[in-house]
Every structure is written in structure tokens, then in C-alpha cells.
Design a protein around this ligand. Structure first.
Ligand code: GLA
Length: 662
């Protein structure tokens, strides 16, 4: 199924014509056609231009933009323009500006200056969304709706009185009675027993650590409050334009929003991805993010924003070297994207993003950047048949926002060093290096589609989630500090691993966080040595066998890694999980999609008539490998078989025979 009615892969970017005199627009459209752009994102931050005074709309300029784009065959990803409320609205209703945890109300002058709970803000967004839908719903250029922009980017939470009232309503829905809340939040601790919901506030700055159960509910609430904003606009768009798909752009793997919940509310998932060219691990980390985007709805997704070269918001904004923009784009496609779009089309002359790269740089068509744009546009046309194809994974990594929020509560953990993303990446990186396709999955889902499931950490584990893991008949690996608390952040009776105890065949006697810099030796049965840092546990085996034990310090001789039938447990933060992983992959019978040398990433997309093998050389030297099956490289049109070479930062997209089972 296609994301939108636009055929082939989507290519284009954020287009901000209101930054430019109208004379420039014709050149924009002409150059877009030259580059093969087929989609432009329009009006993301245009509220103050579209509604300069309350209820008074100025759609003329946007009418002309849409007409121009349409005349040039360019479809529009039309924003509802609600990402930044206009000055008149915030001056009339200063209470809709967000308030931070210290009680400071934030000023106008940037973007996303709104309280997610403000009924005035919400009503105004719904009015504008309706006006946009009524004006442009039947416009032939309209291909998709883009609600707001990057929810939770600048404004994830607001601590104002309106938010407090909203939080109390949310808590009342969740707990029904204040007694239920007291029980869930464990308010007997530190004298916090409430007798009325009215006594509860957001977790504003307090003298000491805030109740972690309150913080956990606050995180849930903040994600839900923003989702309500999205849903309110979506309802209007659905009513007026039931056939136009709706999305909002996510921001890669981030803790702010529960993307499982959010994705369920979208027609398709779209993402903004900004791997840092200065970070040698960025290509691996962004691949994890792309796999999440594909997994959220288990269908193709859209890379709605990436930078052609440098961004403008890091301390040092390193540009992308030659070839990297193309390779990054192919990487998104390799992981299931049906389009690659950019921030932004024409590089700005003013504002905070004037040094952010664009498809059409300040220097215009003379620049290296423009040549890259032309090349990519041409190549995406050659890859059009990829649209709608999908990926199948035998391996799933579990990711659950409730658990993430619980784990990273700021002040009440045995250690602040056990970060979820770092644990996730410790498993993902070797899988990625091996060329194994990985899905992300929420812990409570039916996992029977997979042969190997890895829960890098499941700090918060419900009985239902434990049931799903028990029902799963494939190989399972559970990481440290799992099964610790219930949904209210209360330690499970008897301690960790709570409802996973029988499954893992062990219990945790004591958590053993390692001091900064401490390294704990680990030894596998065959003598292989490993190391753990940051975290260890004193385990008590209750049926599990030891796979590796600790070699030194107070834990010497104690089990570090165990196995109980098909279930492995890693009770520490291993520096290198490869021995555990390769053993599990062998047991599960999982094969890479290709045999690749270091620095080459391999991904497979599968269509009804063919499979597409992506081989991406992220290295700076030529890589050699042997193909398992012959095929045609869609990028060059060449037939390839046997031994091949891939140049530095180059790629092959091989159309091969359908493999059936893969
Ligand atoms: C985000 C925003 C864009 C722009 C880019 C710059 O993705 O959605 O409006 O600010 O960042 O990298």
C-alpha cells in the first residue's frame, strides 16, 4: 500500500515560500522539477501569515504557492500550520505560553510556544485546521496532512495551572478515587497522603526528589496531552477530508512520546532524522531509529526531514562529506522508508536556521550541494519500484515507553548509568553489523512472528507482558534490571525479576551497580573473557544454569549470564554482547541477509515480484564481498553476480529473485 497517491518514492523537502519574495517562487518550482522533486512540505510555521488577526485569513499567497506547485506536478504535504501560535493569540491569552518546572512562563519569540493543555490553544488549532481543510481539501496538489510539527521538540511539558487541572482530570480517569491514587503512588512514603485530587500538582520544582510514581504518571500524561492536540486536529481533517492521509513528524528514538500509541493514531509514520556526521556511530544509531519507524505500523514510512549537509543546532555543525547525503538517503530506504525528504528546500537567509543546509544552498546551482540534490533526485526515480515493499525480521528488540520512563526517573535509581538507549544499542549494533534485520516491538505484543526476541531492559514489567514472554516459543534474552516494578513503579513482591522469575529460573539477591570507571571481568564456559561496566547483579539461581560468571571483585564466581531452557538472562551491562548474541542466533537459526565485511550495511526489502538487497558501504575504503545470488543493481543498471566491490560511501541496490521465505 502506498503512503500517498503520489507514485514512486517521495522526494522533496520543507518549502517556506513566505521567506522569499514571490519572484523567487517560479525559480523554486523550475528547479524542483529539474531535481525530480515530487513533494513539498508547506506552511509548517505559517499560522501568523495565514491568520494575521483573529479569524481573518490571508490564504492568497498559499493559494498561489499550491497552484504553482501543482502546475509543476509537485504534490503537497500540507501542514495545518499550528506549530507556532501567532503573536496576537499569545498576547490576548498569555496563559497559553508554557511554564517550566520552576514556574517561569516562557516568552514568545521562538516556536512551539504553547501549553499542550490549553483549551484556548487547542480550539484555535482546530479552527485553523478546519479552515485549512475547507480551503484546500479538494485542491489537486494536496497529498497528505502534516499536523503541527515535531510534537515535544521544544515543548514536551508545561507546569502551569491549566496543565495542573488537566493532569488531575487525567489522574481521576486513571485511578477513579484518590484512595486508588494514594495506593498507586505509595503516598505513605514521605507523608504525601492526598485527600483530594485538587491537592495534586504537576511535578514542579520541589525541595528534594519527587515521588517517582508521580513522575511516571506525569510522563504518560505529557505524551497523552500532546496526543490529544494531534487527535483534535485529526478529527477535523477526517471530517472534511476523509481520504487524505494524516501524519506528524516524529523525532527518531526519543523518550518524550510513546510512539506506539502515537503511531496507532496516524495513517502512516513519518520521521525526522539528523545523524551527526561527526559521530562515527551515528549510522548505526539512526538505523535503529529507522527500524523503529518501520516497526511502529509494520509498514513503509516516510523520512520527512533530514539535513542535506550540516544542521544549525549543534555546538559544532559538521557538514556531510561527499556521498554521505546520498548514502543516508539510501539507508532510510533500506530500512523501509518510501521517500526521503529534507529540511529544507532553499537555504534560509535569516532566522535561527540560516546556516542549516538545504537542497538548494545559498550559493545556488553552482554548489556541490545542488549537484548532490540533482543526483539523488535522479536516482530515486530509478528506485521507484521499491515503494510499498516491506521488510521481514526474525529478530525483535523490545522497547516500551512506560519502562523507559520508569528506568530513567531522575533521582531514585540504584544507578543513573543504566540508560535504556545505551542498552538497546549494545544489542542492536552487532545485529546491524551482521546484516540481520531487526524489528522493534512493544513488550505486550504477540511475538510469535519472531525467532529471537531480546529485551535489553524491561524495568517495568506487567503480568500481561510476562505472559506474552512466557507464551513466546522462540529464543529469548532478557537484559539486566528487568521485571523490577509494576505499572505504578512499585517493586514486585519478592523483588526482581518479579513476574519473570520462573521464566528466567532465578531471582536477584541484590543489585550491584558498578562505580564509574569500574570494570567487572566476566568469563564464559569456553574461557572467552568479557567485561561489564556500570551494572551487575548478585543472582540466586532457581533452575537456570550459568553461562558466564564474574571473575573478580566481590562477585567473583557468581553467575553473570544464565540460561533457563530457551531463555537467557544477562545480569550486567556487558561491553560486548557478541558471545551471547551469536549463540542465540545459532539456536534460533537466524541468518543475515548477506555476508558483509565491516562497514557494509545489508538490508532486504521484499516486494511481490522481487527482493531488493541494499548493500551500503559506510566506510572510506572500497569493500569486497560475494553475493549469494545474482541480480541487477538498480542504481547503475548493471547485472552483478559473485564477487563484487563497492566503493567508499557507495551502495548497491540489487533486485534479485524473490526468496520466498525471507
Ligand atoms: C526539525 C524541525 C524543522 C527544522 C529542523 C532543523 O526537524 O522540524 O523545522 O527546524 O529541525 O534541523
Amino acid at each position: 500500500m502506498r503512503l500517498t497517491r503520489v507514485p514512486g518514492l517521495l522526494f522533496g523537502g520543507d518549502y517556506n515560500p513566505e521567506h522569499w519574495p514571490e519572484e523567487v517562487w517560479a525559480e523554486d518550482a523550475k528547479l524542483m522539477v529539474e531535481a525530480g522533486v515530487n513533494m513539498a512540505t508547506v506552511a509548517v510555521f505559517s499560522w501568523s501569515r495565514l491568520e494575521p488577526r483573529p479569524g481573518e485569513y490571508d490564504f492568497g499567497w498559499l493559494d498561489r504557492v499550491l497552484e504553482l506547485l501543482h502546475e509543476h506536478g509537485i504534490a503537497v504535504d500540507l501542514a495545518t500550520a499550528t506549530a507556532t501560535p501567532p503573536p496576537w493569540l499569545v498576547r490576548e491569552h498569555p496563559e497559553l505560553l508554557p511554564v517550566d518546572a520552576n514556574g517561569t512562563r516562557l516568552e514568545f519569540g521562538s516556536r512551539q510556544g504553547y501549553c499542550p493543555s490549553s483549551p484556548i490553544f487547542r480550539a484555535a488549532t482546530v479552527r485553523l485546521a478546519r479552515a485549512m481543510a475547507e480551503r484546500y481539501g479538494a485542491h489537486p496538489a494536496l497529498a497528505m496532512w502534516h499536523i503541527s510539527n515535531e510534537y515535544a521538540d521544544h515543548t514536551l511539558e508545561c507546569f502551569c495551572d491549566e496543565s495542573a487541572r488537566h493532569f488531575r482530570r487525567w489522574l481521576t480517569d486513571r485511578y477513579a478515587s484518590v484512595a486508588g491514587l494514594n495506593d498507586a503512588w505509595g503516598t505513605s512514603c514521605w507523608g504525601q497522603h492526598y485527600t483530594d485530587f485538587e491537592q495534586i500538582n504537576p511535578p514542579r520544582k520541589a525541595p528534594g526528589p519527587i515521588n517517582p510514581a508521580q513522575l511516571l504518571d506525569w510522563r504518560r500524561f505529557c505524551s497523552d496531552a500532546l496526543l490529544e492536540c494531534f487527535e483534535a486536529e485529526k478529527a477535523v481533517l477526517r471530517e472534511v477530508t476523509p481520504d487524505v492521509p494524516v501524519t506528524t513528524n516524529f523525532m527518531s528514538v526519543l523518550p518524550g512520546l510513546d510512539y506506539w500509541k502515537w503511531a496507532a493514531a496516524e495513517d502512516f509514520v513519518s520521521d525526522d532524522a539528523y545523524p551527526d556526521p561527526a559521530d562515527p556511530t551515528s549510522q548505526v544509531n539512526i538505523a535503529l531509529s529507522y527500524d523503529l519507524m518501520r516497526s511502529l505500523k509494520r509498514r513503509p514510512w516516510l523520512l520527512l526531514e533530514q539535513a542535506p549537509s550540516a544542521v544549525s543546532w549543534r555546538e559544532v555543525n559538521v557538514p556531510k562529506p561527499p556521498g554521505r547525503m546520498r548514502l543516508d538517503s539510501l539507508q532510510a530506504l533500506a530500512h523501509g522508508a518510501d521517500g526521503v525528504m529534507f529540511f529544507q528546500w532553499r537555504q534560509a537567509r535569516y532566522g535561527p536556521e540560516k546556516f542549516h543546509s538545504a537542497l538548494l544552498p545559498h550559493g545556488g546551482v553552482r554548489t556541490r550541494g545542488w549537484q548532490d540534490t540533482l543526483r539523488l533526485g535522479g536516482e530515486l526515480e530509478k528506485l521507484a519500484e521499491l515503494a510499498g515493499t516491506h521488510s521481514r525480521a526474525d529478530v525483535a528488540l523490545l522497547l516500551d515507553w512506560d519502562s523507559w520512563w520508569g528506568l530513567e526517573a531522575p533521582e531514585s535509581m540504584p544507578s543513573k548509568r543504566l540508560e535504556l538507549l545505551r542498552l538497546m544499542r549494545s544489542w542492536y549494533a552487532p545485529l546491524h553489523a551482521l546484516g540481520i534485520t531487526v524489528d522493534l516491538a512493544p513488550a505486550g505484543r504477540d511475538l510469535s512472528a519472531y525467532r529471537l526476541v531480546i529485551a535489553p531492559n524491561l524495568y517495568l514489567c506487567t503480568d500481561e507482558q510476562a505472559d506474552r514472554l512466557r507464551e513466546f516459543t522462540g529464543e529469548l534474552i532478557v537484559g539486566p534490571f528487568s521485571g523490577v516494578v509494576d505499572p505504578a513503579d512499585r517493586v514486585h513482591p519478592g523483588g526482581a525479576p518479579g513476574p519473570l522469575r520462573e521464566l528466567l529460573g532465578l531471582s536477584v539477591d541484590e543489585f550491584w551497580p558498578l562505580a564509574d570507571g569500574a570494570v567487572q571481568g566476566v568469563r564464559y564456559a569456553d574461557g572467552t573473557a568479557g567485561t561489564a561496566t556500570r551494572w551487575a547483579e548478585w543472582l540466586r539461581l532457581e533452575g537456570a544454569e550459568t553461562i558466564a560468571d564474574y571473575t573478580d571483585g566481590d562477585l567473583a564466581g557468581q553467575p553473570a549470564i544464565t540460561r533457563h531452557g530457551r531463555v537467557g538472562y544477562v545480569g550486567c551491562a556487558l561491553e560486548d554482547v557478541t558471545p551471547v548474541l551469536t549463540d542465540a542466533l545459532t539456536r534460533a537459526g537466524v541468518r543475515p541477509v548477506a555476508d558483509v565485511p565491516p562497514a557494509v550495511e545489508a538490508c532486504l526489502r521484499v516486494g511481490p515480484d522481487a527482493a531488493y538487497l541494499f548493500l551500503l558501504n559506510h566506510g572510506t575504503t572500497t569493500a569486497a564481498l560475494t553475493l549469494r545470488a545474482p541480480g541487477t543493481d538498480l542504481l547503475t543498471g548493471r547485472d552483478l553476480a559473485g564477487s563484487i566491490e563497492i566503493g567508499p560511501r557507495d551502495a548497491v541496490v540489487l533486485r534479485t529473485a524473490h526468496e520466498g521465505e525471507k
